[in-house]
Design a protein around this ligand. Structure first.
Ligand SMILES: Nc1ncnc2c1ncn2[C@@H]1O[C@H](COP(=O)(O)OP(=O)(O)OP(=O)(O)O)[C@@H](O)[C@H]1O
Ligand SMILES: [Zn+2]
Ligand SMILES: [Zn+2]
Length: 986
């Protein structure tokens, strides 16, 4: 059985290895060095800053950027300890001078332990210029292969019984009697204690299932300490250096003797002091070893100065002898250090028998502990597993499994972790689940608990109710007082980017929404470092970074896969997918969504299109949960500041032919109200507005173009009238409201939605020119029309003692959960923020002043000039032709140039401009143009290192293909244009 499984895994690993190689070949063949550097896998123009002899007598060389000043930083890169790199001369082609292992990376330098080159001599001097390139690493693959082969042939070693249990040849057993434990950590909860006792009592196998935030590491630390106290030798592993370092850090405060093998990913002192290097340096023979290393360094220096070949080879011979001696001494010292340690820690592959562990006898270890086991390849677990009679596996197989490149290998079982395989088979006989979680607010946890953990999780009282507003320095706003927020883009036209043959997806609208929510949090005092933005697609991660990084440098933006194992006070999820087909791609993986949601401690905000995403029952249940326990906002409420960038792709282009909006030229007339009778505005979908998913129902509804034209006409009429406000009927569905909304934007009208559920309606108002607030009017009465507006929440007037208006708006209190019925929250929020700011300023000045954030209307301006056709607009035709007339002149305010022949259409605002005003930057579309340019850049696949792995968008072949198609398209367009010109000339 074991042999068969080992054999199958060997085959799948071969597949995987080939896929990996093909990928890196494709990269290197078709990508320039510069591009490789941009992708973080190559460092160009380096010089040697120092070199010395390290462990095993290997040459440790430190490289830094080749610049005059020593303060230059390396470009951002993905080099890390343990990476295999090739060293090349800058000008050189072909094979590397030599290869090596990265041992240390700082912002300014990278240190590499160079393997001895074939000819035994290496010219790394300070004058030359070098480059380092990350190489496909076959060390790992070879170790996996070796472990599986060893498993296949295993006979009668210490792990025999364990192997039988792990391949279901015999059932796991417990030791007959165990005495009750005295816990080192007195504050363990009941489920943690049970897991500790159970694990120690098992003879071969125990599995600790630790859902997010349940103290899995805390529990493992207790188990390890108990085992050490019983005199056991423990080998403790995890698939990644980060996870191993985490354990080292947690064990460091305890009495156990630790030894960390391999290269710690983090350079923190508490971790470094347990590394093999550091332990050896403190050891008895350290002095001797140091002397030999110095001698070697000296001999190296001598070879450089050597006059002739003879002298040179003399020194090289000397180095050889010294190295041999060094190796012997070091091995003796290492063996001593290893056998004295009670806990040896390494990555799974770092525990390989071709490393230091070969120095120990086969039966040295009593227990193997593997943390994050559900994220490890089974083959990698077998590297440590063959070294002991018992194992304790910890992890959560409801989170993401190891990443596999080869689809075939993944489908055939390579992505099934050992932990999942065993937990599925043995259940309670081998598994103990931790059930108290110490991370999430109750409402964040409850969804994950019921979906993935059998409803067994409970929130520890210390976190069950915690909110962002409870953090120091965070004020109590609507944004900071809710654990769950759904910003629903359904029906708002914020579709994902449609890039054919593009695997990765982006959604610029969601990028904007995320930015706005972050701003709201930051304005309320939440620190950017306590916020993470997480998206399932690397393209979206890149776009988010481009948009947000410079404004909030401490904000973390990651792929879901890259954020596993982490947590933040506030997490914003951008689900990206928004399309008519209801395709959800990556989101279909339930474990990915589980990881995404459970990173948050106090708040999770989901930005998504409920219509697309809700096509999956699993995701729909998440939306339902958000709606039930959190706040739901339609992206509408943010649209004031939002650019529906890719909307034209969805039928909006037709607008281009429509009449040009009168825009700023139409001046609003004095106050008054115009009620439009229910103009049979399309088919109303009952209940279309009551649930987030249904809100999108109207999007695909018929006649959106007709609707658009009708609403356009209504708006034109309204603009021409003397009315100040136009209420649309409640029979409009959400899509139609959106049309009105977008049109209102276009015409420079204010718009707001009011009422709840079926009574919801949208109204537009002429925008009255704002004026700077007059501090001398403390309680200016609102405009006559204002109090009577059913839509406007009556703002609490400033109270004499609290000019800040710090009390929350009654409207918000009344509607703490059902968000769709809300009035323009965004502007309420902005006002609140402004009030807050004003209050702070006032407090600082200690002067009683009236609130400054309040909007003021200038009454004299409000009278306005009469606009085109000031009769109350019944005659739409006349009005439309007036608008068309206006369409013949440049859209730039006050420019009278004709655009009938030489007009240029701006694709951002859909208006025609004369030649001197058509550039977006000139007439005010600069930001939109920039945004589009950025979008294009991301579409072309610029990668920022760390945005996750294996982004298919990087496939150079596909990129080249896209580039070709783009070029083709461009030249097509060019020749078309030329053709037209010629026609005209004739
Ligand atoms: N019994 C306990 N009492 C109080 N706090 C606890 C307890 N157990 C764990 N915690 C706290 O919960 C947090 C998470 O603990 P730990 O790092 O052990 O969790 P984990 O399950 O390993 O996390 P991850 O989900 O990242 O794997 C820590 O802040 C820890 O202090
Ligand atoms: Zn424009
Ligand atoms: Zn002009």
């Amino acid at each position: 059985m074991a042999a068969e499984v080992a054999e199958r895994h060997l085959e799948l690993l071969r597949d995987e290895r080939e896929a990996e190689l093909a990928q890196s070949r494709a990269w290197q063949e078709s990508v320039s060095l510069k591009e490789l550097q941009r992708r973080g896998v190559c460092l160009l123009k380096l010089q040697v800053s120092s070199q010395r002899t390290g462990l095993y007598g290997r040459l440790l060389v430190t490289f830094q950027p080749r610049k005059c000043d020593s303060d230059t930083e390396l470009p951002s890169n993905s080099f890390g300890p343990g990476d295999i790199v090739g060293l090349y001369e800058s000008a050189g082609q072909g094979d590397p001078l030599c290869t090596g292992v990265v041992t240390r990376v700082t912002p300014k330098a990278v240190t590499v332990a160079l393997e001895e080159p074939r000819d035994g001599e290496l010219a790394v001097d300070h004058e030359h210029s070098f480059r380092l390139l990350k190489l496909a690493n076959d060390v790992t693959y070879n170790r996996l292969k070796r472990a599986l082969t060893a498993l296949k042939q295993y006979r009668g070693g210490p792990a025999s019984d364990l192997i039988d249990v792990l391949f279901f040849a015999s059932a796991p057993r417990a030791f007959p009697e165990t005495k009750p434990l005295e816990f080192f950590n007195a504050s363990l909860d009941e489920s943690q204690r049970e897991a500790v006792s159970f694990s120690l009592a098992q003879r071969e196998l125990a599995i600790i299932h630790g859902p997010p935030g349940t103290g899995k590491t805390t529990t493992l630390v207790e188990i390890i300490l108990q085992a050490v106290q019983q005199g056991l030798k423990v080998l403790c592993c995890a698939p990644s250096n980060v996870a191993v370092d985490n354990l080292v850090e947690r064990l460091a405060g305890c009495r156990a003797r630790l030894l960390r093998l391999g290269h710690p990913a983090r350079l923190l002192q508490p971790i470094q002091q347990h590394s093999l290097d550091a332990v050896l340096a403190r050891g008895d023979c350290a002095r001797l070893v140091a002397d030999i290393r110095r001698d070697i360094d000296q001999a190296w220096a001598n070879t450089k100065k050597a006059q002739d070949k003879g002298e040179r080879s003399h020194f090289l011979g000397e180095i050889k002898t010294l190295r041999k001696e060094l190796k012997e001494r070091e091995e003796a010292a290492m063996t001593a250090a290893l056998s004295q340690a009670s806990v040896v820690l390494a990555t799974n592959t770092g525990a390989s028998s071709d490393g230091p562990l070969k120095l120990l006898p086969e039966t040295h270890f009593d227990l193997v502990v593997i943390d994050e086991c559900a994220q490890a390849l089974e083959a990698s677990c077998w590297i440590p597993l063959l070294k002991a009679p018992k194992c304790i596996l910890a992890g959560d197989h409801k989170q993401l499994p190891p990443t596999i490149i080869s689809h075939r290998a993944a489908a055939e079982g390579l992505s099934l972790s050992l932990m999942e395989r065993l937990a599925g088979h043995y259940g309670e006989r081998a598994v103990r689940m931790l059930t108290v979680q110490y991370r999430m607010h109750r409402h964040i946890m409850e969804w994950a608990s019921s979906e993935l953990y059998g409803g067994r999780l409970s929130a520890h009282p210390s976190v069950a109710q915690h909110l962002l507003r409870d953090l120091p320095g965070v004020s109590d706003t609507e944004e900071t007082s809710i654990p769950l927020l759904l910003i629903d883009t359904a029906g708002c036209g914020l579709f994902e980017l449609e890039v054919e043959d593009e695997q990765s997806k982006g959604n610029p609208g969601e990028v904007q929404l995320v930015g706005m929510h972050i701003q709201a949090l930051v304005d309320a005092g939440v620190k950017a470092k306590d916020i993470a933005v997480v998206a399932p697609y690397n393209l979206q991660v890149d776009m988010l970074r481009q948009h947000l990084c410079h404004r909030h440098p401490e904000l973390e933006i990651r792929s879901v896969d890259g954020f596993q194992g982490r947590e933040k006070e506030a997490v914003i999820l951008s689900f990206v997918r928004s399309n008519r087909k209801g395709e959800v791609g990556f989101l279909a993986e339930e474990r990915r969504i589980n990881v995404a949601v459970t990173r948050a401690r106090r708040q999770v905000a989901v930005v998504c299109d409920s219509h697309t995403v809700g096509s999956r029952p699993f995701l729909q249940r998440l939306l339902d949960h958000l709606a039930q326990h959190g706040l739901v906002r339609s992206a509408f409420e943010y649209l004031d500041d939002l650019v529906p960038q890719n909307y034209p792709g969805e039928g909006w282009a037709q607008r281009q032919q429509g009449p040009k909006p009168p825009g700023p030229k139409a001046r609003p007339a004095p106050a008054g109200k115009l009620k439009v009778a229910a103009a049979g505005a399309g088919s109303q979908k009952p209940g279309a507005r009551s649930s987030p998913s249904a809100a999108a129902a109207g999007r695909d509804g018929p006649g959106s173009k007709e609707g658009g034209d009708r609403f356009r006409a209504m708006l034109v009429a309204f603009l021409a009238s003397s009315e100040a406000q136009l209420d649309f009927p409640t029979s409009l569905n959400s899509h139609e409201r959106m049309l009105v909304h977008v049109l209102a934007e276009e015409y420079g009208l204010q718009h707001l939605s009011s009422g709840e559920g079926r009574d919801r309606y949208i109204s537009v108002r002429k925008r009255l020119p704002k004026q700077s607030p007059l501090p001398s009017e403390p309680s200016e009465p609102p405009l006559p029309s204002e109090p009577s507006l059913p839509s406007e929440p009556s703002e609490p007037l400033p109270k004499p003692q609290h000019p800040s208006g710090n009390t929350p708006d009654p409207v918000e209190q009344g509607e703490s959960s059902k968000g769709l019925g809300k009035v323009d929250l965004k502007s309420l929020h902005l006002e609140r923020v402004q009030r807050e700011k004003a209050r702070r300023e006032e407090a600082a000045r200690k002067v009683q002043e009236p609130r400054s954030g309040r909007r003021k209307k200038d009454k004299s301006e409000a009278k306005g000039k009469p606009a085109v056709g000031s009769e109350a607009g019944e005659d739409f035709d006349a009005l439309i032709s007036a608008a068309i007339e206006a369409d013949r002149t440049c859209g730039f305010p006050r420019c009278k140039a004709s655009v009938t022949t030489l007009g240029q259409l701006c694709h951002h605002c859909q208006r025609l401009f004369c030649l001197s005003h058509h550039i977006p930057e000139v007439h005010g579309c600069g930001d939109k143009a920039k945004a589009q340019a950025r979008q294009q850049i991301s579409r072309e696949g610029i990668l920022y290192p760390g945005s996750g792995s294996k982004d298919k968008s990087l496939d150079p072949a596909r990129r080249a293909h896209l580039q070709r198609r783009l070029d083709q398209k461009l030249s097509e367009l060019t020749s078309q244009r030329k053709g037209k010109k010629k026609e005209k000339e004739k």
